[in-house]
Design a binder for this molecule. Structure first.
Ligand code: ZN
Length: 289
């Protein structure tokens, strides 16, 4: 789902309206630097206009959607992060707090969630806030009470303040799960290892499209290309050690760990093998249906 979906735009407007009633968002008259050539908001600091490249800005006064950053709680606290106690990103929580007390949430762009229903003609919701509405709309469609958004630490730092009033609505809440960077440009170097293990396409796909993303949730930092062979061997050991019958108790333990944001099972061969067996059973059941 994206912020161009009517369902997302509808939910975003609902959230803005309830925040306006609560006073956490306001519509107020502000003076902001605006491109003289095209009318795009340029922000402070004399950057060239993002829309047309002009450096000629003037201060324009008008109505904008403004967020008051809460003073009684940090921009990000433990409940906003899907992680076990030991994996809480203290550094992120500190840097995310370095924001202005008031943030302008409306933007001059040609696409995005249109704010004209609120009387803000020609303005859209800042996509850093809008992305939260997209995630919550997906959660609502799945009747989930919690949505976990996977995101890098940098991106979370970039959107956390703008999302502060968009992470909970009507009993549905959004949490961030941080993930690291994967060396996808280097997976071709695994070819000789794939051949040595006679890995089928399904095994390679399982490693690259299923296991590596999981591993990036486990590590949070950058995974180096020279770590890939050891990771593939770990994955293959689990693949070859898959139990014939699922260990239900061990599988439920992994489900509980995953719900709590604990990622240690991903590097535990037996736990991983059991989850891989469960996936195969689920896939076979789907084919039968
Ligand atoms: Zn411009």
């Amino acid at each position: 789902m994206t912020d161009t979906d009517a369902e997302v735009a509808g939910l975003a407007l609902e959230m803005i309206e309830s925040n306006l009633r609560a006073g956490t968002l306001t519509i107020s008259r502000e003076t902001v630097p605006t491109c003289r050539a095209c009318g795009h908001m340029t922000g402070t600091g004399g950057h060239p206009c993002n829309a047309c490249g002009s450096t000629d800005a003037l201060d324009r006064t008008g109505l904008y959607l403004v967020a008051e950053v809460a003073e009684d709680r940090p921009v990000l606290d433990r409940s906003d992060i899907h992680a076990s106690h030991r994996q809480q990103p203290k550094h992120l929580q500190n840097i995310a707090s370095n924001v202005a007390e008031r943030l302008i949430l409306s933007r001059t762009r040609d696409h995005g969630i249109d704010l004209s229903p609120l009387g803000l003609d020609g303005l859209v919701l800042d996509p850093r806030a809008g992305i939260h509405a997209a995630v919550l709309a997906a959660a609502r469609r799945h009747e989930a009470d919690t949505a976990v958004m996977t995101i890098t630490e940098n991106a979370a730092n970039h959107i956390a303040a703008h999302g502060q009033h968009f992470r909970e609505h009507n009993g549905i809440r959004l949490q961030y799960a941080l993930h690291g960077h994967l060396p996808y440009d280097h997976t071709a170097s695994l070819q000789p290892l794939y051949e040595a293990y006679r890995a089928t396409q399904a095994v390679k796909d399982g490693f690259e499209a299923w296991f590596l993303p999981l591993f990036s949730l486990r590590t949070k930092a950058v995974t180096r290309p020279d770590q890939l062979p050891a990771l593939f061997k770990h994955y293959m050991r689990a693949h070859l050690g898959k139990p014939v019958a699922l260990d239900e108790a061990a599988f439920e333990a992994v489900q509980r760990a995953a719900s709590a944001g604990d990622t240690e099972w991903i590097t535990n061969k037996q736990a991983l093998a059991n989850v891989m067996a469960a996936r195969e059973i689920a896939r076979a059941a789907t084919v039968e249906i």
